[in-house]
Design a protein around this ligand. Structure first.
Ligand SMILES: Nc1ncnc2c1ncn2[C@@H]1O[C@H](COP(=O)(O)OP(=O)(O)OP(=O)(O)O)[C@@H](O)[C@H]1O
Ligand SMILES: [Mg+2]
Length: 255
């Protein structure tokens, strides 16, 4: 077991965004997180990645408690979250944006002092990163855009660059919050292929998406949350046919 989520709860004032949630992630899984707007999906990923500290509960990562660790410590431990709209340096190339994201990896390998040698980006230290950057560019189907400014990418390309930047941190568990939102049909197919490739390279994935057609097919396991609580878990085909799930999405009359 890679990660065990135990009785996780997050309250914001009087609102319980995540309520007594428990589940486990196994190595090599693609887990899909489903649920209507405001059900607590993003909050759940923010708790796992350390952006928020839980009100109660535990996060056990390979036997170690994560609660109380800072997000960068959690990233160093191997859990990395991509943002729905990644912060890019628009005037810099796709390559350089990925290189900047490599600082975390360098930090882990050689300590903070080494980061000073990362700049300028084309200096010697960055040469160590080049094989990995090339690998990630290929994996994310971004080779053709290597030297293009990030600002010239399509929306789907920008989101893929966000994934590429997260990969520089060498995640063992990658958390993706709506990677498919706003993408066209071809971009979704591309995303689907990239995520399957990542899993084949040994990365465990936890993905939020509203598109049942996309994530329902991609995920090995689905977890459905409603009002912050888990209401169903299992094979996507079974779970997405579940009455409680249909009711949560569409209201009682459709169930
Ligand atoms: N920082 C915060 N402070 C206060 N309330 C918050 C905060 N973050 C989230 N919430 C509330 O917690 C609940 C769950 O929000 P969350 O963003 O996790 O839902 P979601 O399932 O990701 O929704 P969506 O599908 O719209 O992205 C919502 O009621 C939201 O308003
Ligand atoms: Mg959300």
């Amino acid at each position: 077991m890679l990660l065990e989520v135990r009785n996780l709860t997050k309250r914001f004032g009087g609102l319980t965004a995540v309520s007594d949630m428990s589940f486990a992630l196994d190595e090599g899984d693609i887990v899909g997180i489903f649920g209507p707007n405001g059900s607590g999906k993003t909050t759940l990923l923010n708790l796992i990645s350390g952006v928020y500290e839980p009100t109660a509960g535990q996060l056990v990562w390979q036997g170690q408690e994560l609660v109380g660790r800072k997000p960068h410590r959690i990233a160093e431990a191997g859990i990395v979250k991509t943002f729905q709209n990644p912060q890019l340096f628009g005037e810099l190339s796709v390559h350089d944006n990925i290189a900047i994201a490599g600082h975390l990896r360098l930090k882990r390998q050689a300590g903070w002092r080494r980061i000073a040698t990362l700049f300028p980006l084309r200096g010697k230290a960055s040469a160590d990163l080049e094989p990995r950057i090339d690998h990630i560019l290929r994996l994310c189907r971004l080779e053709a855009f290597r030297d293009a400014p990030a600002a010239s990418l399509s929306y789907g390309g920008e989101k893929m660059l966000g994934v590429a930047m997260a990969l520089m941190c060498e995640p063992r568990l990658l958390l993706l919050d709506e990677p498919g939102s706003g993408l066209g049909h071809d971009e979704i197919r591309n995303l689907d292929e990239v995520l399957r490739d990542l899993r084949a390279h040994g990365t465990t994935l936890c993905v939020i998406d509203h598109r049942v057609g996309f994530l329902g097919k991609l995920a090995d396991r689905a977890i459905v949350i409603h009002h912050g609580a888990k209401i169903a878990e299992g094979r996507p085909d079974d779970v997405l046919r579940d009455h409680a799930v249909i009711e949560a999405y569409l209201g009682r009359s459709h169930a």
